[in-house]
Design a protein around this ligand. Structure first.
Ligand SMILES: Cc1cc2nc3c(=O)[nH]c(=O)nc-3n(C[C@H](O)[C@H](O)[C@H](O)COP(=O)(O)O)c2cc1C
Length: 202
């Protein structure tokens, strides 16, 4: 089959786009409102985009449910120019899910999910203390996307890793099983890893 988005009806019961672009890591984004209230929400249109200097992106699509307002994470980043990305372990999936609810602006999702706040080293935004790894980020730019979406680019200014996940200096992702988003209501988490050597240069 093929279809042209925005021209054809794909004819399937659900849009397959997110299932095709999978698995996607989940950026669990913490921010502060201009009044200093913390906010936390998951974003699976998230990725690292380069490593030196380290940079990340996530995209916020559309408005908050039932309103014309932009999503709180985006509004807060517009105001404060900073955010943290918290990595979601398999053990944190239920807490992550709680924070995806459309709470009114000014509700602290750390409190809703019963999550302790970690104290940032470089910026002011708190992070998820139990998250296996965290990036403190400063805003690089916001790119408007068609359809009222926004891509937020951040520069990583501090990296936190829980020492228990470092084995002989290597980050052992199987020790926390990072959660990733598939399509529909589906998720996966990483429990198995294999290595592949790059081709030798001749
Ligand atoms: C696993 C997961 C991934 C999500 N990814 C995105 C995403 O990439 N972009 C987006 O706009 N919303 C995404 N959402 C929905 C937001 O988390 C939700 O709209 C949330 O209420 C936004 O919160 P905020 O207004 O506090 O920023 C996702 C939800 C879940 C559960």
């Amino acid at each position: 089959m093929f279809y042209r988005p925005n021209i054809d009806d794909h004819g399937l019961p659900h849009n397959p786009f997110k299932a095709i672009v999978s698995p996607r890591p989940i950026g669990w984004v913490s921010t502060l409102s201009k009044d200093g209230i913390a906010n936390l929400a998951p974003y699976s249109f998230f990725n690292g985009i380069q490593d030196v200097p380290p940079m990340v992106m996530f995209s916020a699509s559309g408005a908050k449910a039932g309103s014309d307002d932009l999503k709180d994470s985006l509004v807060n980043i517009q105001d404060t120019k900073e955010f943290c990305v918290n990595i979601v372990s398999d053990a944190l999936k239920d807490a992550m899910n709680v924070t995806s609810e459309h709470y009114p602006h000014g509700i602290d999702e750390f409190e809703q999910a019963g999550l302790e706040k970690g104290i940032p080293q470089v910026i002011k935004t708190p992070f998820v203390a139990v998250s296996p790894a965290v990036f403190e980020c400063t805003l690089h730019s916001i790119i408007p996307l068609p359809g009222n979406g926004h891509m937020i680019l951040g520069q990583v200014v501090c990296v936190h890793i829980h020492d228990e996940h470092l084995k002989n200096g290597i980050l052992d992702v199987t020790s926390y099983a990072p959660l990733a988003r598939l399509g529909y209501r589906d998720y996966t988490s990483v429990h198995n890893v294999f290595s592949l050597n790059r081709p030798e240069k001749t």
